[in-house]
Design a protein around this ligand. Structure first.
Ligand SMILES: Cc1cc2nc3c(=O)[nH]c(=O)nc-3n(C[C@H](O)[C@H](O)[C@H](O)COP(=O)(O)OP(=O)(O)OC[C@H]3O[C@@H](n4cnc5c(N)ncnc54)[C@H](O)[C@@H]3O)c2cc1C
Length: 462
């Protein structure tokens, strides 16, 4: 039955009052809450799951990317580096200094969770887990409170400055601030995916680099013959200990809108069908995997792209391609455009969207070719700057965002979404939020030069 119902008005208990409230405890939110608390702001970090880490831990993805251009200096530092070094100390990530030249930091999801607990827990920030931000109270263009739904019912917390680190710009949406969703042509976002970890692999017999190509070829044939639903076979990502016989596979593509609970449900069910089918195939086809077993499918379907806040400034493909450097930079991104097919396509030999795709029958070629990115790399192979204005809501004066829901166009968001830049933006947003709260000013009035100096002082690469 369609239609609406009228819910009676009710009194909602206020359970706290804060200088800075960060919604979402993923890579961006962890760094934002840590930065804000260290800057002296009374800070609350709200997370819907029972653990921190976002897609690093709920999506089971690795390695940490976007940390360094192929031929340059690290583009992360500060709190992101601390988190990596804490994982290293726990024995759950590759040694930071040794891994950095490769541009990727291998880690274990469990280590990420615990390191995040230790990092945020080492500050005065309060953490509220199992609490889903459900509403936002706005008065005269300012956000005054968030409401959460949890096992305790509906509760509210008051704040002076807010950081949306939900990845989905949930706070932006609930506050009625403007956002974009999907690419202009058809509103579709990048494919969702379930990254799964397999254990019990006999690494001594696992295919060498040369032996992997024929397996990938057999996988393409199996996909074409509808024997398996995947978009490729790859060697799998290993954690800090490559000999442990565990690998994670990022080889599923599911189409869908991550802001629709119906689509999310369908995606979860489809993904598990696909993953178990792939698992059977790998046991049959990949040497060393005969006795392998499924250790974990990602606790939640992993979302590459969702709502993008409309900010004071938008980071664009032109900025990326020209490796634009800016005076108002607060973070750097060294990761290229990486749009996983928004149609959720699994057939064919390419899986990213752009003029390079071989699926010329796609409506993006027949009807919207001008919108397809021609150039996907950062000019000179270096980095582009992310300006402060991309972190500040255009509508709500005390609302910032960080991570994959900042103000960027569809193509550029596919680059700055990875964990390195998400964490760098998190530190910047948290520091800026603390400054705005302390000075009692609007987020847009934060002095960017002072912000940059504070970020540099705290180790960030700006
Ligand atoms: C399949 C896949 C593979 C990827 N592979 C890699 C990779 O190899 N390397 C890499 O660096 N990046 C990779 N990424 C990208 C990267 O993991 C994310 O883009 C990154 O985690 C973004 O960080 P974030 O903090 O902005 O968002 P998220 O990691 O999404 O964190 C958002 C947090 O907010 C919480 N939240 C959401 N809504 C609410 C709410 N209403 N109330 C309370 N809490 C809420 C979520 O539970 C989550 O903890 C991959 C992404 C996907 C989908």
């Amino acid at each position: 039955m369609a239609g609406t119902i009228h819910e009676p008005a009710r009194e909602t208990p206020v359970i706290g009052e804060y200088d800075v409230i960060v919604a979402g405890g993923g890579p961006g939110g962890i760094c934002a809450a840590t930065a804000a608390a260290r800057a002296g702001a009374k800070t609350l970090l709200i997370e819907k799951y029972g653990f921190l880490g976002g897609i690093a831990t709920a999506g089971w993805v690795r390695p940490l990317l976007g940390v360094r251009p192929a031929d340059g200096q690290p583009v992360i530092g500060g709190i992101a580096e601390e988190l990596c070094r804490e994982m290293e100390r726990l024995g759950t990530a590759a040694p930071y200094d040794e891994a950095m030249p490769s541009g990727r930091i291998n880690f274990d999801a469990e280590g990420f969770k615990f390191a995040a607990d230790n990092l945020v827990g080492g500050t005065d920030a309060h953490i509220l887990l199992h609490a889903m931000v459900a509403g936002a109270i706005v008065q005269e263009g300012r956000l005054t409170a968030l409401t959460v739904e949890s096992k305790s019912g509906r509760q509210a917390m008051l704040g002076r400055v807010f950081v949306d680190a939900t990845g989905d710009a949930d706070v932006v949406a609930r506050a009625g601030a403007s956002f974009a969703l999907g690419r202009p042509a058809d509103g579709r976002v990048q494919a969702l995916g379930n990254v799964f970890q397999v254990g019990g692999i006999d690494e001594s017999r696992y295919p060498s680099k040369e032996e992997q190509e024929p397996i990938a070829e057999r996988m393409y044939q199996a996909i074409e013959a509808d024997e398996v639903r995947s978009y490729r076979w790859h060697a799998g990502h290993v954690g800090p200990d490559p000999l442990r016989g565990q690998r994670t596979y990022n080889i599923t593509h599911i189409g869908g809108d991550p802001t629709s609970v119906v689509d999310l449900t369908a995606a979860e069910l489809q993904a598990r069908q696909d993953v178990w089918g792939i698992m059977d195939w790998m046991r049959r086809e990949v040497p060393g995997m005969e006795d392998a077993f499924m250790e974990v499918t990602s606790p939640a379907i992993a979302v590459r792209e969702s709502r993008r806040m409309v900010g004071l400034e938008e980071v664009t493909l032109e900025d990326l391609v020209s490796a634009r450097k800016r005076e108002d930079a607060v973070a750097r991104c060294s990761f290229s455009v990486d749009i996983h097919c928004p149609m959720g396509r699994v057939k064919g030999r390419g899986f990213t969207c752009g003029t390079h795709c071989d699926n010329k029958a796609c409506h993006m070629f027949t009807d919207h070719e001008a919108e397809l990115p021609h150039e996907r790399r950062i000019g000179g192979g270096s980095w582009y700057d992310i300006p402060y204005g991309a972190l500040v809501s255009a509508d709500i004066t005390n609302l910032l965002a960080c991570g994959r829901c900042v103000s960027a166009d569809h193509a550029t968001m596919s680059s700055l979404r990875v964990m390195g830049p998400s964490m760098a933006m998190g530190q910047a947003a948290g520091e800026a939020a603390a400054m705005a709260a302390e000075e009692g000013i609007e987020a847009r009035a934060v002095n960017v030069m002072t912000l940059q100096n504070r970020l540099r002082h705290n180790g960030a690469a700006v």
